[in-house]
Design a protein around this ligand. Structure first.
Ligand code: SAH
Length: 233
């Protein structure tokens, strides 16, 4: 029988593994209770997705320790992952539910796509910067979200072959609402998009289709990175 003290080094070696196994669950719970639900998000599937998705998988290693704070974080190439509250609010706005297919424009880290994929079996996302499209896709894969299709390209044109979409989430601020995206909204579909000039306060807008009628509503002032355009379609 080993003496209990002889077991101590082994127990210490196990400690990091035990901490990792916990996987920031506590931080995620706090993030949901203290910022997201506290600020008024009530959509149950959205809250559950925010509890599940390991946000620390979607930031660079040097930012892992602050992954669960309610602030945006740089992800390289001049881009940022949005603060958790905004991700949850935008998800709640398109109210994803069974049978919906959704499109995100601006994959970035892949986090917003992962939140959608925690709710839905079919998620499409587009990213204009090739390195981020690759990194976002890798983050999604290693977190187990294999049912997200990532496409590198200018999201202005959307992904017509996969539409129409019940929900579209745009995570970069456009000067105006891209017409091709409105065309790809299904009947009853909703799009959430920040509109306004770069580096000024923009307005988060909700676009809804009811048959041929399109309504838009301004929701709240926000700050997003700019929606950029490629030279050619
Ligand atoms: N949803 C991302 C947020 C990334 S920031 C996340 O959860 O991490 C917004 C992203 O939109 C950036 O990566 C930027 O490169 C991308 N983007 C900007 N203009 C775009 C366009 N026209 N088409 C596709 N992606 C675009």
């Amino acid at each position: 029988m080993p003496h209990p003290y002889q077991l101590l080094p082994a127990a210490l070696l196990l400690l990091p593994a035990l901490l990792l196994a916990d996987d920031y669950r506590e931080e995620r719970e706090q993030m949901v209770e203290q910022t997201i639900a506290a600020r008024g998000v009530t959509h149950a599937a959205t809250l559950e997705a925010m509890r599940q998705v390991p946000r620390h998988h979607f930031v660079r290693p040097e930012h892992q320790g602050r992954a669960y704070g309610d602030h945006p974080i740089p992800i390289g190439h001049g881009q940022t992952i949005s603060q958790p509250y905004i991700v949850a609010y935008m998800t709640e706005l398109i109210a994803p539910e069974e049978g919906h297919r959704v499109l995100e424009i601006g994959t970035g880290s892949g986090y917003q796509a992962a939140i959608l994929a925690a709710i839905l079996p079919e998620v499409y996302t587009m990213e204009i910067i090739p390195e981020l499209a690759d990194w976002g896709a890798a983050n999604l894969r290693r977190s187990g979200y294999h049912h997200v299709a990532v496409k590198q390209g200018d999201g202005y044109y959307g992904w017509p072959e996969k539409g129409p979409f019940n929900g579209i989430v745009v995570t970069a601020a456009a000067g105006s609402i891209p017409a091709p995206l409105v065309e790809q909204l299904a009947d009853g579909g909703r799009m959430v998009i920040p509109v306004g000039s770069p580096f000024q306060t923009q307005m988060l807008m909700l676009v809804e289709r009811d048959g041929e009628s399109i309504t838009t509503r301004s929701l709240m002032p926000v700050r997003f990175v700019p929606f950029t355009r490629s030279e050619e379609p």
